[in-house]
Structure formats: C-alpha cells, structure tokens
Design a protein around this ligand. Structure first.
Ligand SMILES: Cc1cc2nc3c(=O)[nH]c(=O)nc-3n(C[C@H](O)[C@H](O)[C@H](O)COP(=O)(O)OP(=O)(O)OC[C@H]3O[C@@H](n4cnc5c(N)ncnc54)[C@H](O)[C@@H]3O)c2cc1C
Length: 399
C-alpha cells in the first residue's frame, strides 16, 4: 500500500496551496479530487478574473460562530504574501474597488501558478478520483480511493462549501467531520440573492435590472451586519453587492432594514421642495431616486396622490420619506446553493487548532478553506481565507 505524509482531499484553492507549501517543505503529499477539472471555483471566480485577495483583509470581514478563530492564520499569511507569490510568477493584476485585487488576464493564471507550485513540491495529484472511506487508527489514516487504498499520517479536508454542486461541490467534508465526532455549525447559502413572496414582490417585478445605492442592515448585537453598496432589483427579489453581503448575516424570518436614499435627509429635502418647487411629487422624488423606482414607489402608495408639491400633505411627505429611508422587508428565502457564492457555517472552529487547523478530537486530521465555519465578505476575502488557512496547516504536514 502506498504511504504519504499527508493526503489532501480537494484540489481547489485551499487544497492546492496547502499541497504546494507542504510539498516544498519536504512532505510527501497526495492531492485527491473527484472532479474532472482542477479548481473549478477559481476558474469561474471574479467573472473569470479571480478576485484572489483583498488588500484590506482583517478578521472583521469574516462571519463565524467563533469570530476570533481566523485571526492567527490571517495574521501569519497576509494578502501581501499571496501578492508576492503572484509577482514571482509574473502574473499581472489590478485593484478594482475597495482593495479587491483581480488578475489582468484570467483566473487560469492563478490555477497554472498553483499547479506549478505543486510540481515544485513534487505533489502527486489523483484526479478524478473518489474517496470511498477513511479510517483512523494508531498508525494514522487508511483512505480507500478509486485507485486503491493509501495510508497517511495526516488527512487534510479541503473539499470546500456546498455552492454550485454541478462543478464538484459536495458535503463530503461535513460528513467526514461528523464521522469523526465534530460538530457542524448549521450551513446556509451566503453571498446569495434574496427572494420574496411572489404576491408581496409584485409591485417591484417591473423594476428588475434596476440598481440603486443603499444601506442595508439586519440582525442585532454581535450578529448585526450593515453594508453601504449597490442593490439590484430582480424578478424574484433583491441582489447586488449590498444584498449579497447582507445575506451572510440574514437569518430566516428576520427583517432587513433598507435606506434607499442613504446620503440625504429626504424628509428635509421634500419639505424644502414643498416650499420652493411647483413640480409634481413624482418628479421631485425622481430627483432622489431612479425615475422607475420613484414611480413604482408612488404607485405602491395609492392613497398618496401625485399632486404639485405645494398641494402635497406634510403627512404624505413624511410617509414617503420614512418608507424610503426605513424600508423594512422580510425575505421569504434565498436563491439557494445554485446561486450562492459561498456556504456559511461548516466545521465548528471551537474544535480546531487556530494555528494548524488540526482537529482537537482526532490528531492528524485537518480542515481548511470554506469547509470550515469561516465565511468572508464579498471582495476577495474567501480566497484569502483559503490561502491563509492552507498555509497555517501546511507547516505541520512534513513527516
Ligand atoms: C461563482 C463564484 C465566484 C466566486 N468568486 C470569488 C472571488 O472572486 N473571490 C473570492 O475570494 N471568493 C470567490 N468565491 C468563493 C471561493 O471560490 C471559495 O470560497 C473558495 O474556492 C474556497 O476554497 P476551497 O479550497 O475551500 O474550496 P474549493 O475551491 O471549492 O475546492 C474544493 C475542491 O474539493 C473538491 N471536492 C469536493 N467534494 C469532494 C469529494 N467528495 N472528494 C474529492 N474532492 C472533492 C471539489 O471538486 C473542489 O475541487 C466564488 C465562488 C463562486 C461559486
């Protein structure tokens, strides 16, 4: 039977990076993935240009039941460490928005770089190759695969989250964690569009495709999230960066609070317009909102007539201003794992070492990347977690 220092399951972002570092430090590494193609999520990420990190990464941009867990790994492998790797491979990149770094050319550049790094570490890669079972005894792990059984002192689970099952996502990592007695923080789709009850959403269906700047918040105390970004109306609900971000904080049944005119005191502005403008209310509202949204908003308040400003009642102006500044909505659900960029929840970090990602229950078993209950905001943070957790783990894999 073949013997390795470490078998890494999942040749995605975290698995490839971990295999490369461990291999280059002298570990005999086998990397196994059941999918035909390597690193599909890197390939499709960032619209094909992979938003591979965020310059401004801190632990504050991660959601977890144990928020301090990510601190150590993120501090020890920084965005600059990954940037230096890209620079050594002469991969050109640029900053787009709020510290987000993208490849100039293609995500394929990152995949090719990680594969070259694995080669430099003499990593063996079996792909496609399914894992059938894993057992643990005094001599380490025995892993049953499509290509026969192998033994390893350590097993690293890097099988990622549940989103986009058609490109290889599976719940393997969560099942394996449970098999070895680990708890799973309940998983849910995150960075995902939110949907609303069809009847309640009817007034807004015609706005599909419209984008507006907004401040969106939900939750309270430590689980509160608030984002000022663009919001996009869709046929079934809301999307756009503001909504994708807040979806990671949203819990079923909870309301969202939206401010659709975030930079202005709308009540003041409308009162002023009542004194100084002879335009119709709809035209005045369209000064502060996209025209289609202003019209739809008035239409959804049939008791407020579209009169010239001096004729509009103060009470009606107050109702409109409040409804736009404090729009409260309860989503009926999300677009699910089919559309989610990531999975929130996962292997409970309270049972893992924050320095090596090793299980506190089963020595030699490690979990890295998205399978762990650490979920980054939109903007390159999830890849930074994949690189950082992989690096933290890799140091402990050499025989
Ligand atoms: C459309 C989309 C766009 C994204 N864009 C960005 C972005 O621009 N920036 C960013 O930071 N994040 C982005 N993300 C999130 C990011 O891709 C993930 O967080 C990241 O890939 C997680 O890395 P990972 O190695 O943990 O998992 P993955 O990269 O998903 O890799 C997991 C690997 O495990 C394999 N696997 C699964 N089950 C098994 C099994 N049973 N046996 C063997 N192998 C298995 C899979 O085939 C896969 O290769 C995006 C996600 C999606 C879906």
């Amino acid at each position: 039977m073949q013997h390795y220092d470490a078998v890494i399951i999942g040749a995605g972002a975290a698995g490839l990076h971990c295999a490369a570092i461990a291999g280059q430090r002298g570990a005999r590494v086998l990397l196994v993935d059941h999918a035909e193609r390597v690193a599909e999520k890197i390939r499709i990420s960032g619209g094909g240009r992979c938003n591979f990190t965020n310059r401004d990464t801190t632990p504050a941009q991660f959601v977890s039941a144990n928020p301090a867990f990510c601190r150590s790994a993120l501090a020890r492998y920084t965005p600059q460490d990954f940037i230096s790797l890209l620079q050594r491979h002469r991969i050109a990149f640029h900053e787009k928005h709020k510290g987000q770094l993208f490849c100039d050319e293609s995500s394929e550049d990152i995949i090719a770089m990680l594969l070259r790094e694995c080669e430099a570490g003499a990593v063996t890669r079996w792909q496609p190759c399914a894992i059938h079972d894993i057992s643990h005894g005094p001599g380490g792990f025995e892993i049953g695969t499509d290509r026969g059984p192998v033994r390893a002192a350590r097993v690293v689970v890097a099988t990622g989250g549940l989103s986009i099952p058609k490109i290889g996502a599976s719940d393997f990592g969560h099942r394996l964690a449970r098999q070895f007695g680990h708890s799973i923080v309940e998983t849910r789709p995150a960075l995902v569009p939110l949907t609303f009850d069809a009847a309640a959403w009817q007034p807004f269906v015609a706005l599909a495709g419209l984008s507006v700047e907004a401040v969106v918040s939900t939750g309270s105390g430590k689980t509160r999230g608030e984002f000022a970004e663009d919001l996009l109306f869709t046929h079934r609900g809301l999307s756009g960066p503001a909504i994708l971000q807040i979806s990671s904080y949203w819990r079923p049944g909870a309301p969202l609070d939206l401010d659709l005119v975030p930079r202005h005191d709308l009540q003041d502005a409308l009162s002023e317009a009542k004194r100084t403008s002879r335009r119709k209310l709809s035209n005045e509202l369209a000064e502060w909102l996209p025209r289609r949204l202003a019209d739809a908003w008035l239409a959804s308040h049939p008791d407020i007539p579209d009169r010239t400003m001096p004729e509009v009642r103060d009470r009606d102006l107050a109702v409109l201003a409040t409804s736009l500044k404090q729009w409260k909505l309860v989503p009926s659900g999300t677009e699910g794992y089919r559309k989610a960029e990531v999975t929130a929840g996962g292997v409970d970090t309270r049972e893992l070492s924050s320095t090596t990602m090793e299980s506190k229950r089963i020595p030699g078993l490690h979990f890295i990347g998205e399978v762990v209950d650490v979920t980054g905001w939109l903007g390159g943070y999830n890849f930074q977690w994949a690189w950082a957790s992989a690096s933290a783990c890799a140091g402990s894999l050499a025989g």
